[in-house]
Design a protein around this ligand. Structure first.
Ligand code: SF4
Length: 454
């Protein structure tokens, strides 16, 4: 049974206080999180033929393959959201979109580079995949199944917004093979949820959580965000305490960022006032606090954003495969792919996505062939997000000694007190891990340092 919020003061063990922040770093408008390399701004329409050519290249049975399905619908737009999402589509339009998504997967199934390959992992992201009704979901799976199945997948992740869930929908989600349910909680305080435009409140989180546990998923993750509009030290401590009572299999904690095209960023620009979110030092202190509380409860930090229960069921195949160079077929409007050493992204407009797939064409808008050196840098920066690098992995895969190739970057991290190199192991300490994205440009080629990350 759900036991309600166990207050911070009821927790066992020594009480940890949030530190006072002496030198705030304001949360400026702009992206902080680094999801890929080279930056998206380097991906160009003139490289699309390279992507199409790569899809007809030889099969790559040795490379793990994943499928990403973008479900771009939400009940309302959160004020910090910068994703391609729609809040105004009716049921017929949703049907047209999901049919097009299945058709796009059918176009990929015929390409030579995928011959004989099965998906090792599948990810339903958005937007809000749980926005789909039971019928829409079953119809989508049925249509995709005519082209490709994911019976061999080690992991199928499905993102949910708590307020869209019913027990029957969770049963459908489990029935289609989802193994990892990811619940977009973000916070438990109703005032904070409302202030940030979330569509759900705490009562819906509570209900959804009960049902999800009853239906029984191998893994349930909850997402939290530190530093949302209206958050305070007491509210954050209560949110961490509540998350602990739930005992999720994994917890993902983001630090609130304000990319350019969010409602909050626009309002701040128009008013000339600073955006009303916590500064970076505060957010790091809050995540540090959450990490410490979960660690005291037996959880393990598995990246700068994630804690897991130490059990075999708490792995994250999607993340770990991508961070080690897997191929990913990204389907849906504005989706990102990486196949056979080429990055590419789909068109980001509803009409052109539907039209192009309707004509039997892959809807690719921009691409970038990635050099061998850039693949090395990409894997290195992504794996550094775990707080640890294994030099032997890079020697074997790229025949490069990362300690000497990136000696200046590693030395600067050591000098700044963020981590160290010891033999074949690079390790970030907690201070480094909590600001890992800001350390990554040190490994970039010079032309990509300081460029806008969109
Ligand atoms: S639920 Fe997620 S995708 Fe939808 S508007 Fe909010 S942040 Fe954006």
């Amino acid at each position: 049974m759900w036991s309600g919020i166990r207050s911070f003061h009821e927790r066992d063990g020594p009480m940890v206080e949030l530190p006072q922040i002496k030198s705030p770093e304001p949360t400026e408008i702009g992206s902080y999180f680094i999801a890929n390399y080279p930056p998206f701004s380097a991906w160009k329409p003139e490289h699309v033929p390279s992507a199409v050519y790569a899809l007809d290249g030889p099969a790559r049975p040795e490379t793990p393959l994943g499928l990403y399905l973008h479900i771009p619908f939400c009940r309302k737009r959160c004020t910090f959201c910068y994703f391609r999402v729609y809040t105004d589509k009716n049921a017929d339009e949703v049907d047209v979109y999901t049919d097009t998504l299945a058709k796009e997967i059918g176009l990929y199934a015929k390409r030579n580079v995928f011959a004989g390959r099965q998906f090792e992992f599948v990810y339903f992201g958005g937007g809000t995949p749980s926005f789909l009704s039971n019928e829409q979901l079953l119809r989508l799976i049925d249509r995709i199944g005519k082209h490709w199945t994911w019976e061999a997948a080690r992991e199928v992740t499905f993102e949910c917004e708590p307020g869209t869930l019913k027990e029957s929908k969770l049963r459908t989600i489990r029935q289609i093979g989802v193994t990892r349910l990811s619940l977009g909680v973000e916070h438990f305080d109703d005032d904070v949820l409302v202030a940030n435009g979330r569509a759900h409140k705490s009562a819906e989180i509570e209900r959804a959580w009960q049902w999800a546990r009853e239906v029984g998923f191998p893994q349930i993750n909850i997402d939290l965000i530190a530093g949302m509009v209206g958050d305070t030290p007491d509210k954050w401590k209560a949110a961490v305490a509540k998350a602990l009572t739930m005992q999720p299999d994994s917890v993902t904690i983001y630090q609130m960022e304000l990319p350019f095209n969010t409602v909050i960023s626009r309002q701040a620009k128009e008013s000339g006032d600073a955006p009303p979110v916590a500064d970076w030092a505060t957010k790091r202190a809050w995540v540090d606090y959450a990490f410490s509380q979960f660690e005291a409860d037996g959880y393990r930090v598995s990246s700068g954003y994630t804690l897991v229960k130490p059990s075999p069921a708490s792995g994250f195949v999607y993340r770990d495969s991508l961070w080690h160079g897997a191929d990913l077929v990204g389907t849906g409007v504005a989706s990102f792919s990486h196949v056979a050493g080429i990055h590419y992204q789909n068109v980001d407009a509803w009409d052109s996505y539907l039209e192009r797939v309707g004509r039997g064409e892959l809807p690719i808008a921009r691409a970038l062939p990635v050099t061998q050196d850039q693949r090395l840098i990409r894997e290195l920066i992504l794996q550094l997000k775990t707080g640890r690098l294994d030099a032997a992995y890079f020697r074997t895969k790229f025949t490069v000694d990362i300690a000497s190739r990136f000696s200046e970057a590693f030395e600067s991290i050591r000098r700044d007190g963020m981590g160290e190199v010891a033999g074949d192991e690079v390790r970030l300490n907690r201070a480094g891990l909590l600001r890992v994205d800001s350390l990554l440009p040190r490994f970039f080629e010079s032309e990509y340092r300081g460029v806008r990350y969109t």
